[in-house]
Design a protein around this ligand. Structure first.
Ligand SMILES: Nc1nc2c(ncn2[C@@H]2O[C@H](COP(=O)(O)OP(=O)(O)OP(=O)(O)O)[C@@H](O)[C@H]2O)c(=O)[nH]1
Ligand SMILES: *[C@@H]1O[C@H](CO)[C@@H](O)[C@H](O)[C@H]1NC(C)=O
Ligand SMILES: [Mg+2]
Length: 597
């Protein structure tokens, strides 16, 4: 046997994909005496740490057929040991990591299968996405039997592998047709079993003949090109592993092979498990990237888990993995369970966001944003210092015994015209803590002369309440999908922040100024008043009668029998003021004004 040296070559930048890294051939498996498979952990680690998705190409076949040299040709660098000696050169399994490819160069079968190491063929067949099976000189019956025999030994007769077979006749002197392999498999020499085993195990097959050419000339190069083309064909439908999963699969394989467990279906199942787990994780990742993050409550929130299942199914379909359907089904169910967990978690997060009640100004702002976005009209009156009971005396109003907490979800369900048709034209009234005191509260009319910069009846109602009391009102416009605030009889710019208690005095002054301008306060009325003296009795010889009139409404009051001229006028004016207030002609700014105008 020839001493084996690890070939280390630094690629010289001709091949762009691996120009930076030194490509190193390393021994992954060896068979030290007495011949048990030994896995080289330190080499496995370079696979484990690969950041790329890896596809595995295994070169197996007859001894001395030129397998290692083909590997070197494919990698375009002399990384595997070759020699023209009659003795076997490659021992065990050598590997090279070339970007996204892991190439396995396996030791050859020199004699009959029985005396060769079945382990090596097992390792190659189990791990490979593409199995390159090399025959020496011709497409031989022995070669086919060797391949079929290995499948039989490994109990793979009834199995179909996702592995692609590229059968290569190397150092070939015969003129094979492209259909040579299919023709050979179709022939019946009373040995149907071998041929059927190969056909069943490898539904995807290619045949390449590489001419014997001592000078490495054109014919040889054409043969190599045909091999490269076969490797590139359908490469999208190959199993790919991430490094850590592939390393895990190799460890599991090593244990079984080391223990003499040649049951390839079970090994294969283990490897498929690693692969399928990778696809479950990938589908999960893709799904997590696609589903909406829960940032805001969405009443129509739905998680479509089919999107995740479809990612997985697409990956499986690409590989035509129908044979492992039981195993695929099991992993698909695992994925479905995970997806449902995520969906449930997001649903709950969405609901919790909709259920939040603190801090109430934030809840109100978010609720209005939702209603605006969905063009659902709404009106909410927010109490400040004044008791708003007078507004709640309408027969349509419903006052709660215990105030209800305000949430975005509550706002949605309450104001949505289809979910709650009887309420969305009325106001909800909140107390100072943002809790709902009452619903279905109508608004008294807006006095003439109040500017209405935009909007409709809902905005007028809001202005009216904000003028008649110290409360502010938030309005969501159904038509425009925007949120406005009415405060002190003014409609603020769209998007304004809610009124703050620190500006209470300013707002009250603004309201007072507007009411004065509208003539709705006593101070803004034109009042005429006078007093007349008269003789009354001996004991009280001279008394005064007062008289007062509100010029616009012509309402008059007299007040008789006072000691002084001034007192009589004052009392008449006071009675006139009471009459004006009670008829709603003037308002008192300290209590909500509910009078009709
Ligand atoms: N002249 C010529 N020599 C070739 C050709 N293909 C392979 N060889 C030679 O065949 C010999 C064996 O090549 P290897 O690549 O070591 O063979 P192997 O199949 O890896 O052998 P084991 O590792 O022992 O199983 C080498 O000397 C190669 O140069 C060819 O097309 N023409
Ligand atoms: C949200 O509130 C509804 C109705 O009260 C309740 O059924 C649901 O369990 C709550 N969800 C969460 C996540 O708090
Ligand atoms: Mg070799």
């Amino acid at each position: 046997m020839t001493a084996f040296g690890i070939a280390i070559l630094i690629s010289i930048g001709l091949v762009a994909s691996h120009s930076v890294q030194a490509m190193v051939g390393q021994k992954l498996f060896s068979f030290p005496p007495p011949g048990r498979a030994h896995l080289h952990e330190e080499v496995l680690q370079s696979i484990e740490q690969s950041s790329r998705k890896l596809r595995v190409i295994a070169i197996v076949g007859e001894g001395r057929a030129g397998k290692s040299q083909l590997g070197n040709e494919l990698l375009q660098t002399n990384v595997f040991a070759t020699a023209a000696t009659p003795e076997a050169v490659t021992e065990g399994v050598d590997i090279v990591l070339d970007g996204g490819r892991l190439v396995l160069d396996c030791e050859g079968f020199n004699n009959a299968l029985a005396s060769s190491r079945l382990e090596v063929l097992l390792i190659g067949t189990a791990l490979a996405s593409t199995l390159i099976f090399v025959m020496d000189g011709k497409l031989s019956e022995e070669g086919l039997n060797m391949l079929a025999g290995a499948l039989t030994e490994a109990q793979l007769l009834e199995k179909q592998l996702p592995t692609r077979l590229v059968l290569v006749v190397n150092k070939c002197t015969l003129d094979y047709k492209a259909s040579a392999l299919e023709d050979a498999l179709a022939k019946d020499h009373g040995r149907r079993d071998s041929r059927d085993a190969i056909k069943r195990a490898f539904p995807r097959r290619h045949f390449v003949a590489i001419p014997f050419d001592p000078s490495g000339g054109d014919a040889y190069q054409q043969g190599l090109n045909a091999l490269r083309a076969a490797l590139d064909a359908e490469s999208s439908s190959e199993l790919v592993f991430d490094g850590a999963r592939l390393a895990g699969a190799i460890r599991g394989l090593s244990i079984k092979v080391g223990a003499g467990d040649f049951d390839l279906p079970s090994i294969h199942q283990h490897i498929m498990g690693e692969f399928l787990q990778g696809e479950v994780d990938a589908a999960m990742d893709g799904f997590m990237r696609r589903i909406p993050k829960v940032i805001e409550y969405d009443p129509d929130f739905k998680v479509d888990i089919d999107a995740g299942i479809n990612l997985f199914d697409a990956a499986i379909q690409r590989l035509s993995l129908h044979t492992c359907s039981g195993q695929v089904h099991q992993f698909r169910e695992q994925l479905q369970g995970k997806l449902e967990d995520v969906a449930e978690e997001r649903r709950t997060a969405n609901e919790a966001l909709g259920n939040r009640t603190e801090p109430w100004r934030d809840v109100l702002r978010r609720g209005c944003a939702l209603l605006s976005a969905r063009q659902v009209g709404a009106r909410l009156v927010v109490q400040r210092k004044q008791d708003l009971s007078p507004f709640l005396s309408s027969p349509s109003a419903i006052r709660f015994d215990t105030p209800e907490p305000l949430s975005v979800r509550w706002m949605w369900r309450h104001f949505h015209p289809e979910l709650n048709p009887s309420s969305h034209d009325f106001a909800a009234v909140l107390n100072q803590h943002g809790q709902v005191l009452a619903v279905r509260v109508p608004a008294p009319a807006l006095p003439d002369g109040v500017p209405v910069p935009r909007g409709n009846a809902r905005h007028k109602a809001a202005l009216s309440v904000s003028l008649r009391s110290d409360a502010w009102v938030v309005v969501v416009s159904q038509e425009r999908g925007e949120t406005s605030v009415a405060c002190a009889g003014q409609l603020w710019d769209v998007g304004s922040a809610f009124p703050d208690d620190s500006d209470y005095a300013v707002h009250e002054q603004q309201r007072r100024d507007l009411l004065l301008k509208l003539g709705l306060l006593w101070e803004s009325r034109q009042i005429s008043s006078k007093a007349k003296g008269r003789v009354h009795s001996l004991r009280e010889p001279w008394v005064w009668d007062g008289w007062a009139e509100d010029r616009q409404s012509k309402l008059q009051k007299t007040s008789r029998h006072w000691k002084s001229n001034k007192g009589a006028k004052e009392h008449a004016e006071s009675e006139l003021k009471q009459a004006l207030l009670s008829q709603g002609i003037i308002w008192d700014t300290s209590v909500p004004a509910i009078s009709r105008l």
